[in-house]
Design a protein around this ligand. Structure first.
Ligand code: S3P
Length: 174
């Protein structure tokens, strides 16, 4: 049996609500909240966009893996992850073995409006056709986002409502 009763990991494409829902969910459960992107930024003392620009994506992915490993050792914790974390087998294995994994989903149009004009996301910044690259990346990653214990659509319904749904499913499984 999975040793996953002590933490919830939120996965999903960029701008699907992981860092909005994560803290609310943690509060509801009386859990801590951590975000792997923030852990990487703190460890490197650099912004994600600077890490991509100055050191490259490979370095970021290595640091992201270390952050995930560290987060999955914490008890009673909600973990928000970066959208690309599921691209790596090592991360998928860690996640499925150590957390109740929740995928947040949003329609690509909604993601588009949320990220448009936002400079924070290096992988979207470098593409000229934002709409097309969101669609392409989402469909390439879909197979990995499907590996989860629960899926919650965040297009409609408040962050609180989404958290409620997650808590109900999590409690039912424990
Ligand atoms: C990434 C998503 C970002 C961040 C990095 C790479 C991705 O996190 O980890 O820019 O590959 O999808 P968010 O999903 O929080 O935007």
């Amino acid at each position: 049996m999975k040793n996953n009763r002590e933490r919830i990991a939120l996965i999903g494409f960029m701008a699907t609500g992981k860092s909005t829902i994560g803290p609310r969910l943690a509060k509801r459960l009386g859990y801590k909240f951590v975000d792997t992107d923030e852990m990487v930024e703190a460890a490197m003392e650099m912004k994600i966009s600077e890490i991509f620009e100055e050191l490259g994506e490979v370095v970021f992915r290595e640091k992201e893996y270390l952050a995930l490993k560290e987060a999955l050792e914490m008890k009673e914790t909600v973990i928000s992850t970066g959208g690309g974390i599921i691209l790596f087998e090592r991360n998928r294995k860690l996640l499925s073995e150590n957390a109740f994994v929740v995928t947040l989903t949003s329609h690509p149009r909604i993601v588009y409006y949320r990220v448009k004009g936002n400079e924070k996301r290096p992988l979207l910044k470098k593409n000229k056709n934002l709409w097309r690259s969101i669609q392409k990346m989402m469909s390439e990653r879909e197979v990995y986002y499907n590996i989860c214990d629960l899926k919650v659509a965040t297009d409609r319904g408040s962050a609180n409502k989404c958290s409620e749904k997650i808590v109900a499913a999590y409690n039912k499984e424990s």
